[in-house]
Design a protein around this ligand. Structure first.
Ligand code: ADP
Ligand code: MG
Length: 371
């Protein structure tokens, strides 16, 4: 089992002078025995980071330490097979003409583990990934999910301290993906192996991780628990990437800093979550409001102060979604209990759960509703 410390790590594929950073100044501490996810949109540098950790790519700047030994720096890189790490890819990469057993035993043969011991380890590992009894099958006699478990078993059988997984569930259908999510989490807990997991799927990251590193444009935006990155996003990029968010325009009146009072539609609102960035009095801001933090009512009250009109409604079974338009033209997306029913065209009054909303400085771009 092992922890990883990444300091100031950068990678420029076109050479250092190209200015095209796939990764820029990454600082990250991955503790021993944790499930850490690198999350972000396609092209943000997740795979590059994973390949740097694995030792397939040499950094242009910075260092990677594993258990306090430098394994990567611009001066040199310890080879992948000397790092005690396993890797699992999106396209399972199992050998089609070898049985499950032969696929999994490969790494042990390389290490010259005696046959009897190797057999026991393979069968134990297959049981661990719920493939018990399938050791004589060929990959084409297995489902996609089972093939991905073979790939997992092949990495796990050599007992790595660290397992690197690059979008391992992307090729599976939605139901299976959810099932595998739970299995992966249990596997990490049972084995105590440090998992570094890459995905662009925020729901997957929230469900699996102890810590999430949210990346964008080759840079780390926030590193925190699922609860922190969802409820206390460090900036608008993180707020926007983690699920659905509305940006409600407002203006800070007074007491900027700890507890800003924000004017929305001529009314004062307070009690917002702490600010990620410094926001000054008089400044235009965007309040990040998630759909579940807006409540609708038919009548105005002390809480339900913002008037709006329902422009669209979608029934989703376990909840209803409403698009509501403020007099200013701002459109917000709200989610409510399915039994609360409003019709398109109805006048409604909105309450905001301010304690769950973060306030960010407005940067000149058109205010928009969540898509
Ligand atoms: P992600 O896994 O988050 O989708 P990558 O790490 O694969 O992102 O890519 C980050 C950036 O680096 C992208 O702009 C990509 O086009 C670029 N890139 C990745 N690999 C190479 C490569 N081998 N050569 C040149 N550019 C690359
Ligand atoms: Mg990738």
């Amino acid at each position: 089992m092992a922890g990883i410390i990444i300091k100031c790590l950068s990678k420029f594929y076109g050479g250092k002078d190209s200015g095209m950073a796939a990764l820029r100044g990454l600082d990250l501490e991955i503790k021993d025995n944790q499930f850490v996810t690198l999350l972000g949109p396609s092209g943000c540098g997740k795979t590059t980071t994973l390949r740097l950790i694995a030792g397939y790519v040499t950094p242009d700047a910075g260092t990677i330490r594993v258990d306090n030994t430098v394994v990567s720096s611009p001066e040199g890189v310890a080879p992948p097979d000397r790092r005690g790490m396993g890797m699992v890819f999106q396209n399972y990469a199992v050998w089609p003409h070898k049985t499950v057993f032969e696929n999994v035993v490969f790494g042990l043969k390389l290490r010259k583990v005696p046959a009897v011991e190797a057999r026991r380890k393979v069968l134990d590992t297959l049981a661990l990934v719920n493939l018990g009894g399938l050791e004589n099958r060929l990959p084409n006699e297995l489902s996609g999910g089972q093939q991905q478990r073979v790939a997992l078993a092949r990495s796990l059988v050599v007992e790595p301290g660290i397992l690197l997984l690059d979008e391992p569930l992307s090729n599976l259908d939605a139901k299976l993906r959810e099932k595998m999510r739970v299995e992966l989490k249990q596997l990490q807990r049972r084995t105590g192996i440090t998992f570094v997991y890459v995905t662009h799927d925020q729901a997957e990251a929230l469900a699996l991780s102890d810590q999430i590193a949210v990346m964008h444009g080759g840079e780390l935006q926030q590193y925190g628990t699922p609860d922190e990155v969802y409820r206390r996003p460090a900036n608008k990029i993180v707020a926007d990437f983690m699920g659905i968010v509305n940006f409600l325009p407002g203006e800070v009146r007074a007491g900027a800093g700890e507890a800003p009072v924000v004017i929305i539609d001529g009314m004062e609102f307070d009690g917002f979550a702490r600010l990620g960035d410094s926001v000054k009095a008089g400044q235009a801001v965007d309040i990040a409001v998630r759909p579940e933090n807006l409540r609708l009512a038919r009548a105005r009250s002390e809480e339900h102060r913002l008037s709006a009109r329902v422009t669209e409604r979608t029934y989703l079974g376990n909840l209803s979604e409403y698009w509501v338009e403020l007099p200013t033209g701002t459109v917000l997306r709200a989610q409510t209990h399915p039994l609360e029913q409003f019709g398109v065209g109805d006048e409604v009054f909105l309450a905001i759960d301010a304690a769950e909303c973060s306030v960010f400085p407005h940067v000149a771009e058109p205010a928009r509703a969540a898509a």
